[in-house]
Ligand binder design. Structure first.
Ligand code: IMP
Length: 427
């Protein structure tokens, strides 16, 4: 039995899709366990670029089965769009290859409207959500009034439930002074989605459990990253799901003994989209350079990402909270050409306290009292995109990855040196 969990070790956008794509070659089942279409990864198929938000990246590997698990929130319109876009590219994404857990929750247009209204009402304290309805859908799930995917099995009844929930949401939208969503229209559209998607419904726990019992590899694909986790991130500047490795167990429904490996993915620097604390943020020309060279603009919203130095205080925390067995470092090539590189190796407070692990639990006000302590390393001029082994890297780049490995205390299993699938340094 073997489940491999791939998690983001920073604030999302670490390049998990690429690591999943690599590992999916060996996987029987690739399963998403959290989040919704707030996530996004770009895949290249038939020479065309496609943005996927819900369908696991394993769909491009003909032999892998894909599951959208119970812990995911699903916008059915987006799912239908992705299935159709994949079909156009000749990628089979029918019910024989793609499964939707009956326990996943459904995002309604009124959840999206509430998301926008609520975040706007926060004014200066806005989270800067993706406005995909993620928070309100998880809130309805926790309040036990949400709609589950399994209900699509009876489209007529499902449509009635959609209309009733939209009406309830409209009462709240009215208080925000926001245009209501037409219940009948939503019900009609969602009835059509139910008809289209009900063949995809499955018992996700059975699918995962049977695969594990048969000795197959289940690759669990996390969305977002550790510091966006609802419990362990920079609350309230977080998303509404469990992004950590533990989320795979609850979001898919299997036990911890089945986990053989947890891989954390981090960029060779740090980025964040949306508001909230970011200790190593660079608001100068170096930050701008990283953004341009690294094409750091959101896949889902197109927003420019905030960029900063690598922070191993975060990565040690990621190793601790997720139980990381390995770390994949992506986009090392983006740092080429910078004369000197800085890495945060600890945080200090004015009262002399020092920590080597990200202090998330006491909240953002406490976090603001900590300052990063940097170490400086020499940069490198060389183009490293052709490197395939560590020995191919120039000495300064090799020293950078080796120091990171030492500081975090977790073996580096993969280093990305360019966007191509083959542009990976393995050992
Ligand atoms: P929400 O998930 O749309 O509620 O947004 C909450 C916070 O998480 C915002 O700061 C978003 O920018 C951030 N966020 C959500 N999904 C992603 C992602 O896939 N990558 C990076 N940031 C994300």
């Amino acid at each position: 039995m073997s489940a491999i969990i791939v998690v983001g070790a920073q604030w999302g956008d670490e390049g998990k899709g690429r690591v999943v794509d690599y590992l999916a070659q060996e996987a029987h089942l690739v399963a998403r366990y959290n989040g919704g279409d707030n996530a996004g990864h770009t895949v290249v198929a038939q020479g065309r670029t496609l943005k996927l938000h819900l369908v696991p990246s394993g769909i491009l590997h003909r032999d892998a089965l894909c599951l959208i698990g119970a812990g995911v929130v699903v916008n059915p319109e987006r799912l239908v769009e992705e299935i159709e876009a994949l079909a156009e590219l000749g990628v089979a994404a029918g019910p024989e290859r793609l499964k939707l857990s009956a326990a996943a929750h459904i995002i309604l247009p009124s959840h999206r409207a509430l998301d926008g209204a609520r975040d706007a009402a926060r004014g200066q304290g806005a989270i800067g959500t993706t406005k995909r309805g993620i928070g309100p859908t998880y809130a309805d799930k926790a309040a036990r009034v949400g709609l589950r995917a399994g209900e699509m099995g009876d489209p007529a009844r499902f449509a009635e439930r959609v209309a009733a929930l939209v009406e309830e949401h409209n009462r709240r939208l009215e208080r925000y002074g926001v245009e209501p969503v037409a219940p009948d229209e939503a019900a009609e559209r969602y009835r059509a989605y139910a008809e289209r998607l009900s063949p995809y419904l499955t018992d996700g726990t059975a699918l995962v459990g049977d695969a594990l019992a048969a000795g197959k590899t289940v690759l669990c694909e996390g969305a977002q990253g550790l510091l966006l986790d609802i419990d362990h991130g920079t609350y309230p500047y977080v998303t509404s799901s469990a992004t950590v490795a533990g989320g795979a167990l609850t979001g898919l429904g299997f036990g911890p003994a089945a986990v053989s490996q947890v891989i954390g993915v981090a960029k060779a620097y740090t980025t964040r989209v949306g508001r909230g604390p970011f200790p190593t943020e660079l608001t100068d020309a170096i930050g701008d350079r990283i953004r341009e060279v690294g094409r750091e603009y959101g896949t889902t919203t197109g927003r420019p990402r905030r960029c900063g130095w690598l922070d191993v205080v975060i990565l040690r925390y990621a190793a601790r909270v997720n139980g990381l067995d390995g770390l994949a470092l992506t986009k090392l090539d983006v740092l080429s050409g910078l004369e000197r590189l800085r890495v945060a190796v600890a945080y200090e407070r004015d009262d002399g306290a020092r920590t080597e692990f990200f202090p998330a639990e006491f909240g953002v006000e406490e976090l603001a009292r900590w300052r990063p302590v940097y170490e400086e390393l020499p940069g490198w001029e060389e183009d490293i995109s052709g490197a395939r082994r560590r020995a191919d890297l120039p000495p300064a780049a090799r020293a950078y990855v080796e120091r990171v490995e030492e500081w975090v205390g977790v073996p580096l299993v993969m280093v990305g040196v360019g966007p191509g699938r083959e542009q990976t340094v393995l050992s």
